[in-house]
Write a protein that binds this ligand. Structure first.
Ligand code: DSN
Length: 426
C-alpha cells in the first residue's frame, strides 16, 4: 500500500475530517429530536466503517456470483438469524440499502407496473414511497390513498375499507413517518383479504418499539413487512424485509438482481451487530423508556398549552400543532434550531399551509433516550420548547436557551473519544 493510502483521515483529507469533527460535536451539543434519527453504538460504527466496504457479494449466502465471500456469508447469515429471532417471520432479506429500496423491492415482488397501491396520504402522516406522485411508487403504480379522520386524527379504517372495495388495490400498505398512534393490523389484513390485496406493512418508524415489546408487531398479520434499520431500531442506515415463505423467492429476486446489485456488506455487518444489541435485555428497557419519554414530553407540552395531533402519543413521536398558536412549522423549526433543539416542520392532517411551511413540528424521543435522558429531562425540554417558541424572534433569548441545552447535553456524553476539539474551529 502506498504511503498516502495509509494516512489517517485527518492528514489525508483535513476538510472532510473537519466536517466529521464538527458533525460529531453538533450531535453531542444539541438535542436531537428528529423522530427518525438515533445514535448507533461504537460497535455498529466500527462495523459500518470496516473493510467489508471493499467486498462485492452479489447473490445470497452460499449462492454468490463472486469468490471470497466466506466472511460476507458469515455476517449476512448472522444478520438474518438475529433479525428472525427479533421479529419472527418466515423469511428475511437483510440486503436492502434503504427503506425506500425495501419498499421498491416489496412492491416489485408482488405488483406489475400500473397495478394499484392503497397507502396512507403523505400529508396525513404517510411516506413518499407509499404512492406519492413524485416518488417511484406514484410513477410506476396507480395509487390511491386513505386518511385520518378529521375528528380523532386517527386512521379512518372505514374509509380505507370503502376505498379498497372501490379501487380494488393489489397492495394495501400500512405504516407512516408521522403517525403517533397504534395501528389496527388485524383490521387492515381483514380488509386486504376481503379485496384480494397483499398487505404490506412498513414499520420503519416503530421497528425498535416492536423489537422491544412495547408496540404490537405487524409481522404476524402482513405478508410482507419492510423497515429501515436506523430509526428506533438503532442500527446502521439501511433496510430490511420480512415475508412469508411463499413470497421468499420473489422478494429475494426483487432485491437482487431486481433493484440492487451487490449488497453493502459493511452495512450488513453493522446490521448484524445492531441486531445483536437489540437481542440484549437492555434493549427492552431502552424501548420502554422511548415511549415513557414521549408520554412525559407530550404531557408537558400539553400542560404548556400546545395542541397535539390526535391528543397525544402511543409511540416515540408527537405532532405539535404550532399553527394553532399562530406559528408556522418552518418558523418553529428555525427558532428551535437556534436554541439547540433539532426537529422538523411537518404537515398536520388537513393542513392549510404548504409542506415547506407546514402547521406542525414532529418531535421524537429515540435519540435522546439513547443518551440516557429520562422523564425529568423531557419536562425540562418541553419548557425550553415552549420558551423558545414564545421568544422565537429574540435571538439573544434563543442563544441563552442554547447554552442551557449544551449544559444538559454535556451531562449525557456522546461519542466522547471521537470528538477532536483541537481540530474543530469556531
Ligand atoms: N425521512 C424519514 C423520516 O424522517 O421519517 C422517512 O423516510
Amino acid at each position: 500500500m502506498t504511503d498516502r493510502m495509509s494516512l489517517p483521515l485527518a492528514q489525508a483529507d483535513p476538510d472532510v475530517a473537519a466536517a466529521i469533527d464538527h458533525e460529531t460535536l453538533r450531535q453531542h451539543e444539541g438535542l436531537e429530536m428528529i423522530a427518525s434519527e438515533n445514535f448507533v453504538s461504537e460497535a455498529v460504527l466500527e462495523a459500518a466503517g470496516s473493510v467489508f466496504t471493499n467486498k462485492y457479494a452479489e447473490g445470497y449466502p452460499g449462492r454468490r456470483y463472486y469468490g471470497g465471500c466466506e466472511y460476507a456469508d458469515i455476517v449476512e447469515n448472522l444478520a438474518r438469524e438475529r433479525a428472525r429471532q427479533i421479529f419472527g417471520g418466515e423469511h428475511i432479506n437483510v440486503q436492502p440499502h434503504s427503506g425506500s429500496q425495501a419498499n421498491a423491492s416489496a412492491y416489485a415482488a408482488v405488483l406489475q407496473p400500473g397495478d394499484t397501491i392503497l397507502g396512507l396520504d403523505l400529508s396525513h402522516g404517510g411516506h413518499l414511497t407509499h404512492g406519492h406522485k413524485l416518488s417511484f411508487s406514484g410513477k410506476l403504480y396507480r395509487t390511491t390513498f386513505y386518511h385520518v379522520r378529521r375528528d380523532t386524527e386517527t386512521i379512518d379504517y372505514d374509509e380505507l375499507e370503502a376505498t379498497a372495495i372501490q379501487e380494488k388495490p393489489k397492495v394495501i400498505i400500512g405504516g407512516a413517518s408521522a403517525y403517533p398512534r397504534l395501528w389496527d393490523f388485524a383490521r387492515m389484513r381483514q380488509i386486504a383479504d376481503k379485496v384480494g390485496a397483499i398487505y404490506i406493512f412498513d414499520m420503519a418508524h416503530i421497528a425498535g418499539l416492536v423489537a422491544g415489546g412495547v408496540h404490537p408487531s405487524p409481522v404476524p398479520h402482513a405478508q410482507i413487512t419492510t423497515t429501515t434499520t436506523h430509526k428506533t431500531l438503532r442500527g446502521p442506515r439501511a433496510g430490511l424485509i420480512i415475508c412469508t415463505q411463499d413470497l421468499a423467492t420473489a422478494v429475494d429476486k426483487s432485491v437482487f438482481p431486481g433493484q440492487q446489485g451487490g449488497p453493502l456488506v459493511h452495512i450488513v455487518a453493522a446490521k448484524a451487530v445492531a441486531f445483536g444489541e437489540v437481542l440484549q435485555p437492555e434493549f427492552r428497557t431502552y424501548a420502554a423508556q422511548i415511549v415513557a419519554n414521549a408520554k412525559a414530553l407530550a404531557e408537558a407540552l400539553q400542560a404548556a398549552g400546545f395542541r397535539l395531533v390526535s391528543g397525544g402519543t402511543d409511540n416515540h413521536l408527537m405532532l405539535v400543532d404550532v399553527f394553532e398558536k399562530g406559528i408556522l412549522g418552518s418558523e418553529a423549526e428555525l427558532a428551535l434550531g437556534k436554541a439547540g433543539i433539532t426537529v422538523n416542520k411537518n404537515t398536520i392532517p388537513y393542513d392549510t399551509n404548504p409542506p415547506l411551511k407546514a402547521s406542525g413540528i414532529r418531535v421524537g424521543t429515540p435519540a435522546l433516550t439513547t443518551r440516557g435522558m429520562k422523564e425529568p429531562e423531557m419536562r425540562q425540554i418541553a419548557a425550553w420548547i415552549a420558551k423558545a417558541l414564545e421568544m422565537r424572534n429574540d435571538d439573544a433569548a434563543l442563544a441563552r436557551i442554547r447554552g442551557e441545552v449544551a449544559e444538559l447535553a454535556n451531562r449525557f456524553p456522546l461519542y466522547a473519544w471521537r470528538r477532536a476539539p483541537v481540530a474543530v474551529e469556531a
